[in-house]
Ligand binder design. Structure first.
Ligand SMILES: O=C(O)c1cc(C(=O)O)oc(=O)c1
Length: 313
């Protein structure tokens, strides 16, 4: 793949660029597999990063994303608005519109967004909004503003994607459970995988999903959650073993409400940048049967993002 650039922007100190030589996965993805969580960054020269951003990344263009899709063997992408673009959705929308129907999007919007702008995003392929509660990534948005947005996008048939840290779930519970749409949790609500799987935090997360059939989870980002590794580098076929029991528990208990994505280009990693081919090889460890893999990678994302075609998935 081509190398990342940065245009006129200066990257955050210590920024780790995405991996340019991903391996060919050993795991064969099922036909029609969807990478249901990935981002584009800029390019900054064309789609400038937002003034309110908390980090400045290297560029990660739609062409580079789609080259990775083809290399790994995915058929489609869900492009999630990255916080470095704030509520300026142009890069994400442009990626969706250039995909020939093979990408859907998740936007970030403010209360001031017009109905016309929402309609235009819908036409481009956007099917959800993202509410972010991770304090290092965004400034606080009042919950009444978010609830108002949720009410408006519900009418379009969109869903809400939520990103939060496990310790914050108790405080956010009432807000999340009042949302009127399907609710998709990013990265399993970021469990601390050094804690026991049957400990209070992860038990609460499972309870959240058990009690609320409208809640789905992305079982993504082992590279972010892992404490012990080993890293998805140098041909490692058993990467991030400490994350496996957590993700597998969610996949096995809620097989019809899980999604998987690469999280390319992996914003804000501090320790290492994974080989995305080896990340794909992580999938059969958390979804060990062909049936679970089919739901995770094809059936579920198609139902949520391409419902008009889902009958065939
Ligand atoms: O943990 C993160 O740093 C992170 C950031 C973003 C974003 O900036 O949008 O998205 C993610 O999925 C994860």
């Amino acid at each position: 793949m081509s190398k990342p650039t940065t245009g006129d922007f200066t990257k955050t100190a210590g920024w780790m660029d995405w991996y340019t030589g991903p391996s060919q996965p050993a795991f064969q993805l099922p036909a029609g597999a969807v990478d249901a969580h990935c981002h584009v960054f800029g390019p900054g020269a064309e789609f400038p990063y937002a003034p309110e951003r908390k980090y400045t990344p290297c560029d990660a263009s739609k062409a580079q994303l789609y080259a990775l899709r083809d290399h790994l063997g995915f058929a489609r992408n869900v492009v999630v608005q990255a916080t470095c673009h704030g509520a300026d959705n142009r890069a994400m929308v442009d990626a969706c519109m250039s995909s020939g129907g093979k990408a859907r999007g998740v936007a970030t919007v403010r209360r001031s967004v017009t109905d016309e702008a929402l309609q235009a995003m819908h036409a481009a392929g956007v099917r959800g909004v993202r509410f972010n509660f991770v304090k290092r990534l965004v400034d606080f948005t009042p919950k009444d503003e978010l609830m108002e947005i949720a009410g408006r996008i519900a009418k379009l048939g969109w869903h809400v994607v939520i990103y939060f840290e496990a310790v914050d779930l108790p405080e956010l519970w009432d807000f999340f459970t009042a949302l009127p749409t399907t609710v998709v949790v990013d990265h399993m609500g970021r469990p601390d995988v050094s804690k026991p799987i049957d400990g209070p935090e992860f038990t609460l997360f499972l309870e959240f999903m058990r009690q609320h059939p409208n809640v789905w989870s992305k079982v993504s980002c082992p590279e972010r959650l892992s404490v012990t590794g080993p890293k998805a580098l140098n041909g490692e076929q058993a990467a991030y073993t400490d994350v496996v029991p957590f993700a597998r528990r969610v996949v096995e208990e809620f097989p019809d409400r899980v999604l998987w994505g690469t999280d390319w280009p992996h914003p804000n990693l501090k320790d290492h940048m994974p080989d995305d081919g080896l990340l794909v090889d992580f999938i059969p460890h958390i979804a060990p049967t062909a049936e679970l893999q089919q739901k995770l990678l094809v059936g579920n994302p198609m139902r949520l993002y391409w419902p008009e075609e889902a009958g065939n998935a």
